[in-house]
Design a protein around this ligand. Structure first.
Ligand code: ADE
Length: 255
């Protein structure tokens, strides 16, 4: 998979491909990262890439021409079709399923907005989708582009070892992940749930599924509503609620 990031700050973006899982995936050749600075196609002595907004108001707007030229260079660099995604707060909120679909694309260009935004005509003419990290405003799309690259790189076949396969991730099955524990068995009187120490595969899986359902119900009921639990999961969730009631946790009246 090939990523081309169009950004005024390439040095900010590049380290996403240098550490940990993404670093190894890059070394293995599972993905390539290229950066393009639109300033190269800027105008005047300062190689300007922005100008004042029509209609007035604060801030500057990224101009059409330098971004279009950068995208033309991106398209020319490799004959494969490129999916162009702009990172802006107006975009579709990012979800795991969007990353899963994106890794099917051989080439992805990520366009990072700065200032007040990007000339709308560039978005209309050149961009396939706008994505957002969430309902908050960052000073540019670079961090969002890095999030997309990281989230995709770890999904590429061979990037993760079998033990930490992406199939186990939160959101993959529409639920949050269950809690995890490692040695030592007791820390300041806090113990590891007994089921995890049984060595009994089915009991462990039962516990993990129940905790994943319970956590999702408590923390992200919106996700639970979307994945419509079947009869078996509904029973596990009842079990979780019963245990929580008895341990003085969250009450049923909260839902
Ligand atoms: N640029 C500025 N804010 C952003 C956000 N929330 N998501 C993606 N890109 C952005």
């Amino acid at each position: 998979m090939r990523f081309d990031v169009i950004t005024l700050f390439p040095e900010l973006v590049r380290p996403v491909a240098e550490y940990g899982v993404t670093g190894r995936a890059g070394e293995q050749g599972l993905f390539e990262l290229h950066t393009w600075n639109p300033r190269r196609w800027g105008t005047g002595v300062h190689q300007a890439v922005d100008d004042r907004p029509y209609g007035g108001g604060p801030g500057m707007v990224m101009q059409y021409a330098p971004l279009a030229a950068a995208l033309a260079a991106v398209r020319e660099a490799d004959p494969r079709l490129v999916r162009v995604i702009a990172l802006t707060p107006q975009g579709r909120p990012l979800e795991q399923a969007m990353l899963r679909r994106l890794v099917q694309c051989p080439r992805v260009a990520l366009l990072c907005g700065r200032y007040e935004g990007i000339d709308e005509r560039l978005l209309e003419a050149e961009v396939d989708e706008e994505w957002s990290l969430g309902d908050y405003v960052l000073s540019g799309g670079e961090l969002a582009a890095m999030v997309v690259i990281d989230g995709c790189a770890r999904l590429l076949p061979g990037a993760l070892g079998h033990a930490d396969s992406a199939d186990q991730d939160s959101f993959t099955g529409g639920l949050l992940d269950c809690p995890h524990y490692t040695r030592p068995e007791v820390i300041d009187g806090r113990t590891v749930p007994a089921e995890l120490l049984t060595g009994h595969h089915a009991r462990i899986e039962h516990w993990r599924r129940r905790e994943a359902l319970g956590r999702t119900w408590e923390r992200r009921p919106d996700l639970l509503a979307r994945c419509l639990p079947g009869a078996e999961d509904a029973a596990l969730l009842d079990e979780y609620r019963g245990l929580r009631r008895r341990s003085g946790g969250r009450r049923d009246t909260d839902d």
